[in-house]
Design a protein around this ligand. Structure first.
Ligand code: MG
Length: 366
């Protein structure tokens, strides 16, 4: 099989609501990616997601750093291609950020082809590790722009729908206000529902230690991204300071950085994101490394769960898949299916990354 052509795209998709964490206010998502075509008649699609800016930067990286070097290659040699691209034209200017996200789109498209060629859903093409439907948690009840009444109403509704694990945002200027919001949600959902909090890097070390102390009593399953993701040392100190498990990974771009976090005991749960770490190829390496250290993997929903629903079924150390159901009918041909607080196992061949022709045409801006 040989790659004959590839074409990049940016889709700009409104999410139909307004959501906020301590860093972002989000009304639209960009899907920046590419479709790779082969002489076997099998196409693969890969993408990465932004919260409304930077999609064209990623597209330029795909166009100018990667596409030419794909033509003529056999997509089934995906690991060799990953190394060649990583140490190729992008290395001087890249290694983290937009170039890594662009390489993720390429790598996902290649694995999509491999799975489609095998006529298997990606998780089985990778070697299935669990057949059962996927345990999940819902982030959509806990945005920072919600009032306390909204927070508790939404949380109760999700529990009524069958969700058993919820995440809410923290990271307000006043940590005592964060404490009031966490206390209200915990009270409204009772003690049987798992609850996590996410600060989206907002704090410095002193505020992180103080905020963790204030919310420690609410039986939280993890505290996510308390600090700047390059600051491993501060995470280690915080981890020594608090009994709440520390989770992160959505802004960690290399296997080496994950190794250092794990080795220094600065993290308890790994949230490696296939769209940020450079694709499925390095994602599997990070997940295997975490497994060797007896650490669970709960991937960040930076792909809108389309790819991660497969990834978590291909590893033994998965715990909970993040889901953010922001639209009734999304732009995908094989949209994830959530039922009774679980994600239903995907069955269609490939990585579930194909868009519907209608959505592709409607939302394509570049
Ligand atoms: Mg997060």
């Amino acid at each position: 099989m040989k790659i004959t052509s590839a074409e990049s795209f940016v889709l700009d998709v409104p999410i139909g609501s307004e959501i906020a964490d301590s860093m972002q206010f989000v009304t639209r998502l960009e899907f920046a990616g590419l479709t790779i075509r082969t002489d076997a008649g099998i196409d693969g699609t890969g993408y990465t997601v932004t919260v409304g800016a930077g999609g064209r930067v990623i597209q330029t990286a795909i166009d100018t750093l990667y596409i030419d070097d794909l033509i003529g290659k056999d997509p089934r040699n995906v690991r060799e291609i990953w190394q060649e691209l990583y140490f190729g034209k992008a290395h001087w200017i890249g290694r983290a950020g937009a170039t890594t996200m662009a390489q993720a789109a390429v790598d996902i498209a290649l694995w999509d082809i491999i799975a489609k060629a095998a006529d298997l859903p990606l998780w089985q093409a990778l070697g299935g590790a669990r057949q059962a439907d996927i345990p999940i948690y819902n982030t959509h009840a806990g945005w920072l722009n919600y009032s306390i009444d909204q927070l508790t109403d939404e949380a109760r509704q999700l529990v009524d729908q069958g969700y058993t694990a919820l995440k809410m945002k923290v990271g307000l200027k006043d940590s005592k206000e964060d404490r009031r919001r966490v206390a209200a949600v915990r009270k409204s959902i009772g003690d049987r529902i798992l609850l996590m909090v996410d600060a989206n890097q907002k704090w410095d070390l002193m505020q992180a230690c103080e905020a963790a102390r204030l919310i420690e009593e609410f039986d939280l399953s993890w505290l996510e991204e308390p600090l700047h993701p390059d600051d491993i040392r501060s995470h280690r100190i915080l981890n020594e300071h608090t009994s709440i498990p520390i989770a992160l990974g959505e802004h960690v771009y290399t296997t080496h950085a994950f190794r250092d976090y794990i080795e220094q005991r600065a993290v308890d749960l790994i949230q490696v994101d296939v769209c940020r770490v450079g694709g499925i190829t390095p994602w599997l390496e990070v997940a295997a490394m975490a497994n060797a250290f007896n650490i669970r993997v709960c991937p960040h929903a930076g792909d809108l769960m389309q790819v991660h629903q497969h990834m978590v079924k291909a590893i033994p150390n998965h715990w909970l898949l993040e889901v953010i159901p922001i639209w009734e009918k999304g732009p995908f041909k094989h949209q994830i299916r959530l039922e009774d607080g679980k994600c239903v196992s995907p069955e269609a061949p490939g990585a579930s990354t194909d868009f519907t022709a209608e959505a592709f045409e409607k939302y394509r801006v570049s």
